[in-house]
Design a protein around this ligand. Structure first.
Ligand code: PBG
Length: 326
């Protein structure tokens, strides 16, 4: 059967029909909102390159948590900008660190918020790399994995529901799973940044957490943007090592990767709509070049349509506050 009997426009006739037959939907419960904690008191510091996003001190962070909770957000990803940096990032496993304090505060007031702690070291090291560096500048797996275990336990103890290793260190999921289980945290979820690319779209984030590498780049651990088969290998290893959920990052230039992973694996898949993707929309809208909300919604639905179950996005709170999706 074909035209004139088949007319696809029939199902596009009006809003009601289009709503009934829409294939993909954005849901609030699938959004994860990142928040940034900074040392100090009464700090609410705007991040210039990310309009609408702030760094908060621990005493102010609950304002942001409350607002997003009341708007309907139920999942937060926490990043800390530590007071002290050193060459191995030891502040990351300080039980009284900023992230740990924030997790405890959130879980005390809102036990039903799913708290995700990003487990990495780039924010915590003086050199800005994601682990322990050898004398000749190489990132070392073994000592980094030991430290990742300590960091994961510290977050789990503070009450994190999920630990999200983001350093692209070989063996990170297995090492964290083993350490968590040995310490009685069998129920802590691991959301692995399985396919994280060495991307220029992280630029604004590095301003936000003050974590730009002081020498070299991250290409020896993050993936080459030209690769796709390799992403499937990364995911396969993480699944074997015990990841509960996996992630592709960034999202918009990697929709094909999201799609391939969803077709090949059957566990929850998150996509990180990263800082550069957010800032570009904000900047173009400010210049009057695009319709901000329409471009935002189209971008987010494309991530879902590609196969992502969850989206980490800086837009989460404003979308929730608009109240149009549930
Ligand atoms: C590393 C980390 C990064 C982001 C999240 N976790 C940056 C990086 O690898 O340089 C980027 C997030 C974004 O750009 O929004 N801890």
């Amino acid at each position: 059967m074909s035209f004139p009997y088949v007319r696809l426009r029939r199902l596009r006739k009006n809003d009601t029909i289009r709503n009934m037959t829409r294939e993909t939907r954005l849901r609030l419960e699938n959004l994860i909102y990142p928040i940034f904690v900074k040392p100090g008191k009464s700090v609410k510091n705007p991040i210039n390159s990310m309009p609408g996003i702030y760094q908060f001190s621990v005493d102010r962070i609950m304002d942001e948590v409350k607002q997003s909770y009341e708007a309907g957000i139920r999942a937060l990803l926490i990043f800390g900008i530590p007071e002290k940096k050193d060459d191995i990032g030891s502040e990351a496993w300080n039980d009284n660190g900023l992230v740990q304090q924030t997790i405890r505060k959130i879980k005390e007031k809102y036990p039903d918020i799913a708290v995700v702690a990003d487990a990495c070291f780039c924010e915590y090291t003086t050199h800005g790399h994601c682990g322990v560096i050898s004398g000749n500048g190489e990132l070392l797996d073994k000592p980094t994995l030991i430290n990742l275990g300590k960091e994961a336990i510290s977050y789990a103890k503070a009450g994190a529901d999920m630990v999200a290793p983001s350093g692209m260190i070989d063996g990170m999921v297995g090492a964290i799973r083993k350490t968590l289980d040995q310490s009685g945290f069998q129920n802590t979820i691991i959301l692995s940044y399985s396919a994280k690319y060495a991307s220029a779209f992280y630029g604004p984030f590095r301003d936000a957490v003050e974590s730009a590498p002081q020498f070299g780049d991250r290409k020896s651990y993050q993936m080459d943007p030209a690769n796709s088969d390799e992403a499937l290998r990364e995911v396969a290893l993480d699944v074997e090592e015990g990841a509960d959920m996996i992630m592709v990052k960034p999202a918009l230039s990697y929709l094909d990767i999201i799609h391939r992973i969803k077709e090949n694996f059957n566990l929850p898949l998150a996509a990180y709509n990263v800082s550069g993707e957010y800032s570009m929309i904000k900047a173009a809208a400010k210049a009057g070049y695009i319709d901000e909300k329409a471009v935002r919604d189209e971008s987010l639905i494309s991530i879902k349509r590609a196969g992502a179950d969850l989206i980490i996005t800086y837009f989460a709170k404003e979308i929730a506050e608009e109240g149009k999706i549930s």
